[in-house]
Design a protein around this ligand. Structure first.
Ligand SMILES: *Cc1c(COP(=O)(O)O)cnc(C)c1O
Length: 366
C-alpha cells in the first residue's frame, strides 16, 4: 500500500499531513511573501524561549550539525578555549568539529549512563582559567539522557564563561526558558521536536555578545554573525534558503502553538515514552539507562540476549509492518533505540508495541 511508515526516530520524524502539504508551493527567495514568512517564524521561535528582547535567532541552511558547527565558529573566537562536556556520541561530535576548525578544545568525558555532573565541571573550570566557553548537549540523543541545563548555566555564569547549548533534540519538548537559563548560543533544527522536515537549523544568540562575534568564523557559509546582519538588513537569507523546509517549519510551528506549545508537546511525548517502557517491559525488553534519566525524546533499549536476535532481521520485520526503529549508538553494548517524538501519539505507540511483540514471537525471542 502507498502509505508512509511511522518513523520512531529522532529526526527525520513522522510529520502531519498539514506540514507535508505546506511544501507544495514554490516561493521566491527574495520575495516579500517569503521574507514575511521567515520574519514571523523567527519571532515565533524567540517566543518559545520566552525571550524578553535579549536574544536573536539566526536560521541556517543544512542539517542540525551545520548549525552546531556554525555556532562554535561564530561564538568562540580563534584564541578561545572550548570545554566540551561529554557523555555520548553527539558530545564527541561537537568536540571533533571544534578541533577541526582549530579552536582549542578540551573534552571532559564522563560515563554515558549518568547525566553530566556539575561538580566535576566546576572542578574543571577551577583548574583551567584559560577556558572561555563550555559546550553542552541538553539531551544526548546517543543514549537519550537529559543533562542538567540550569545547573550548568549557573556554573558558566559564576565562572564568567560562555555557554553553547546543543538543544537539538530537546528544544520544543523540554522547558528552555531564557528567564531561567543564560547562554551565548542555543541550537536546534527544523526536523526535531517542532516536527518540521529536516533541512535547516537555527541558533539563538545572546544580543550582548553579538558584536564581539564579527570575524570569528573561518567559514563564509557558517558565519552566523554575517547571516544575521544580512537578514536584519534585507529580510532575506544570505544564500538560497531551503524555501520548502522553511514553509513546512512555519506550518509545523503553527500546529505546535495550536497543540498548546512546549507543555502540551512534553505531555504527549511523556505519554509515548511511558507506553513504550511499560509495553516493552512486558516483552522483557529493558532500557539501557536508569529510568530516572530516561528522556521522553528517545529510549535506548538493550538488545534481547536470545541467540535468535539479530538487529537487521528484527528491524526489517518491524519495518514490513509499517514502523521504523533506530539502531543503537553505543560501542560496547548491543542496543536499539525508539524515538518518542514526531507527530505520533498513543494510537501509534500501542500499534508499535503490538508489532514488536508479534515480531519477537515470530523470531522466537524471549
Ligand atoms: C539530531 C541531532 C544533531 C544534528 O544531527 P544532524 O544529523 O546533523 O541533523 C545534533 N545534536 C543532537 C543532540 C541531535 O539529536
Amino acid at each position: 500500500m502507498d502509505r508512509d511508515n511511522i518513523l520512531l526516530t529522532p529526526g527525520p520524524l513522522t510529520t502531519t499531513l498539514r506540514t507535508k502539504l505546506a511544501m507544495l508551493k514554490d516561493w521566491g527567495s527574495w520575495d516579500s511573501d517569503f521574507n514575511a514568512l521567515t520574519a514571523k517564524l523567527r519571532q515565533q521561535l524567540l517566543d518559545i524561549i520566552n525571550d524578553q528582547g535579549h536574544y536573536v535567532v539566526v536560521p541556517l541552511q543544512g542539517s542540525g550539525t551545520f548549525s552546531v558547527e556554525a555556532a562554535i565558529a561564530t561564538i568562540v573566537p580563534k584564541g578561545g578555549h572550548l570545554l566540551v562536556l561529554d557523555n555520548g556520541a553527539y558530545c564527541k561530535r561537537m568536540a571533533k568539529l571544534s578541533n577541526m576548525m582549530g579552536r582549542k578544545t578540551t573534552i571532559l568525558s564522563q560515563i554515558e549512563q549518568e547525566p553530566i555532573d556539575p561538580d566535576t565541571v566546576k572542578a574543571a573550570l577551577q583548574a583551567d582559567p584559560t577556558i572561555t566557553h563550555v559546550g553542552f548537549i541538553h539531551c544526548e540523543t546517543g543514549t537519550g539522557i537529559i543533562n542538567p541545563l540550569v545547573a550548568i548555566s549557573e556554573l558558566c555564569k559564576a565562572f564568567n564563561v560562555g555557554l553553547i547549548v546543543d538543544a537539538m533534540s530537546s528544544f520544543g519538548a523540554l522547558p528552555i526558558d531564557s528567564q531561567d537559563v543564560t547562554f551565548d548560543a542555543l541550537i536546534s533544527a527544523s526536523g526535531k521536536c517542532l516536527e518540521g522536515v529536516p533541512g535547516m537549523g537555527f541558533v539563538f544568540i545572546r544580543k550582548a555578545i553579538l558584536a564581539k562575534c564579527a570575524n570569528n568564523s573561518h567559514s563564509l557559509v557558517l558565519d552566523l554573525y554575517d547571516q544575521h546582519l544580512y537578514m536584519e538588513r534585507t529580510g532575506q537569507w544570505r544564500f538560497t534558503p531551503p524555501t520548502h523546509v522553511v514553509a513546512a517549519l512555519a506550518e509545523a510551528v503553527q500546529q505546535f502553538i495550536e497543540e498548546g506549545g512546549q507543555v502540551a508537546r512534553l505531555a504527549r511525548y511523556t505519554e509515548n515514552c511511558k507506553m513504550l517502557l511499560d509495553g516493552l517491559s512486558e516483552q522483557g525488553l529493558k532500557p539501557f539507562l536508569n529510568p530516572d534519566y530516561i528522556s521522553p525524546i528517545i529510549i535506548t533499549f538493550l538488545a534481547p540476549t536470545s541467540p535468535n536476535y539479530d538487529f537487521k532481521t528484527f528491524y526489517n520485520d518491524i519495518k514490513s509492518q509499517g514502523f521504523m526503529l533506530y539502531p543503537g549508538k553505543l560501542t560496547d553494548i548491543e542496543t536499539f533505540r525508539i524515538g518518542c517524538i514526531g507527530a505520533i501519539g498513543s494510537k501509534e505507540i500501542r500499534q508499535v508495541v503490538d508489532t514488536i511483540k508479534y515480531c519477537m514471537q515470530k523470531m522466537k525471542i524471549n
